[in-house]
Design a protein around this ligand. Sequence first.
Ligand code: IMP
Length: 428
Amino acid sequence: MTGRADVIVGVQWGDEGKGRVVDVLAKSSGVVVRYQGGANAGHTVVVEDEKYVFHLVPSGILYPDKICVIGNGVVIDPEALFEELDALKNRGKSLARLVVSYGAHIVMPYHKQIDTLLESARSEGQKIGTTGRGIGPCYSDKFERVGIRAEDLVNPQILKEKLMTNIERKNEILTKIYGAKPLDPEAIYETALGWGKRIKPLLGDAFLEIHEALGSGQNVLFEGAQGTLLDVDHGTYPFVTSSSPCSGGACTGAGIGPGRIDRVIGVTKAYCTRVGEGPFPTEDKGSLGELLRTKGGEYGATTGRPRRCGWNDLVAVDYAVKINGIDGLALTKLDVLSGFEKISVCTAYNIDGVIKNHFPSSCTELAKAVPVFEELSGWKEDISKCRKFEDLPSAARDYVSFIEKRVSAPIILIGVGQGREDTILRGI
Ligand code: IMP
């Protein structure tokens, strides 16, 4: 019997609670794989009242009997990775075995510097609001085919040749375009050699770990970072990240064929948030947005920035269901909506006076979208102790059913609190 391959994707603009969903599902999996993004991600997991935020390591790392894989599609900041592993060890945690793909690209100090310089050079309205983690410049080098891969860190000669050529070019950019100081190639080379020594025992054929686990009957979870609407192809370009958080990204970023994926689970918050710039039709810049931010603790797990907040946007969720081939949804933070008299959800957009039921592929069109809301009854009860769907107040059940109907996907997991156990499972 072969194992099941599940992909977990964000349905909105990231921060949907993918980490806690992965943490719950990891229990019945042998391997958890990150397939794209880098330390721009911040996946929060709460176990026995202890909070963990993972930036690079897969959210299955707290299960010592599992294997965690960082796939070829991820961009790794070695310092961030080692810091994360050290912090976990310092908390006395035994960790899953970590395998890093030889093919994952390395975020170098110049990527982070250029990321920040590029962003500050962008004029108002063009700023992306990047996390400044060097993600875009690192992926640019990857696609320019000049990037440094994890395997290069353990091959001093190749590393030297690649780094010297890269830094020569980066120094041209830094000094001539930005008037910044040139970088010292030798110092960077020495730092990178040190990373190589530490990363060496972690390097492996990541795809093989995945396929061997599946072949031996173990389930494998593919953990997307960011979200559908930040996807470089399907998101709100140019206000996106530089990778493919959608389910297709799992195929290229980890090495698995589309036909081998059994299930795609989309994670959506019960409302909607966005951090960084770009269109967000249901954003509420007034008291509702503030209330959702406060009640939901909506501050970036990576940058601490306040998140923009608003009601859920089912036009966007429906789009994500289609783009990713979502089989089931996980609805997180439903408890945050307790206490609202009325709950609104966006079911269509009004664009230039025309009602549209579909998410426009054009970002210019999306920027003009005015949400059409439907209003549902709220509930007052604290739902954090509910463990079965039937335990929820009828208005909360109606809210869940409304979403399922509008987006044609079942809700198979509901988050009613931060902890691992604060979860309602529905046939998952
Ligand atoms: P970058 O990925 O740092 O280049 O940032 C590009 C855009 O994606 C910015 O708007 C960021 O705020 C956003 N972003 C990147 N990673 C995350 C994430 O993990 N959660 C939410 N937003 C993110």
